[in-house]
Design a binder for this molecule. Structure first.
Ligand code: CA
Length: 224
């Protein structure tokens, strides 16, 4: 399970990363809101620990962006004790939970476990779009009678296209979300991976529903 920690205080971020890694989680840390938003929206993230006060982009804005594209992703907001109004604002915006600073690691860990359990029980791990289903935990994609287990990166790419189904995803945003590239390195890696997915998800007489939109990007849609 991957946890994204968005925290600008290096001491706290380090303490959280070490503690969570010791509990067996994969941890990715961002020190500002912009990098944090990108990590939170990457397909691998299972839960986000989000500080309220951040440079670059405020925690509340990051939370709003997460809710727009990933309504089911658990987010635990870290707020200073005095920010009671912010706490309410955070919950209104869809933080799954909040923890007030200063906090005990064990308390945060208990909240994280509880939230992951809930999202695992819900539909949060199963994506459906067009005629494809993808289980994010097992990385099994199915389409009609076909069932295929995808390598991690292909699963992340498919999840991104499914979460953004019916709109055109640009090559640049796919590179950023799935490969973490800030700048287009001029590779054809997206094209290559889309090719893998098309091969694995095509049925006799029914090509995989991933369309190339010339010189723009890709779109997952049943419409030909
Ligand atoms: Ca802060």
């Amino acid at each position: 399970m991957e946890i994204v920690v968005v925290e600008d205080e290096a001491g706290i971020a380090d303490f959280l990363a070490k503690g969570l890694e010791a509990e067996g989680f994969t941890v990715k840390v961002a020190a500002d809101g912009i990098a944090g938003e990108r990590l939170a929206l990457s397909p691998g993230a299972d839960l986000v620990v989000l500080d309220r006060m951040l440079p670059g982009r405020d925690g509340i804005e990051v939370l709003a962006a997460i809710r727009r594209s990933k309504p089911a992703l658990p987010v635990i907001l870290l707020t200073a004790k005095a920010e009671v109004a912010d706490r309410v604002e955070g919950l209104d915006l869809g933080a799954t939970d909040y923890v007030t600073k200063p906090f005990a690691f064990d308390e945060l860990l208990a909240r994280i476990r509880a939230r992951l359990r809930q999202s695992g029980e819900g539909a949060g791990t199963l994506l459906e779009a067009a005629d494809i289903r993808l289980d994010l935990l097992s990385r099994e994609a199915s389409r009609g009678d076909l069932m295929v287990r995808l390598p991690d990166r292909e699963s992340q790419l498919l999840a991104f296209l499914m979460r953004n189904a019916s709109r055109i995803c640009s090559r640049e945003e796919i590179l950023a979300a799935v490969w973490g590239y800030e700048h287009d390195p001029g590779t054809n890696v997206v094209q290559v991976y889309v090719g893998y997915l098309r091969r694995k998800l095509s049925l006799p007489g029914s090509p995989a529903p991933i369309q190339t939109v010339r010189s723009v990007g890709y779109r997952l849609s049943e419409r030909a």
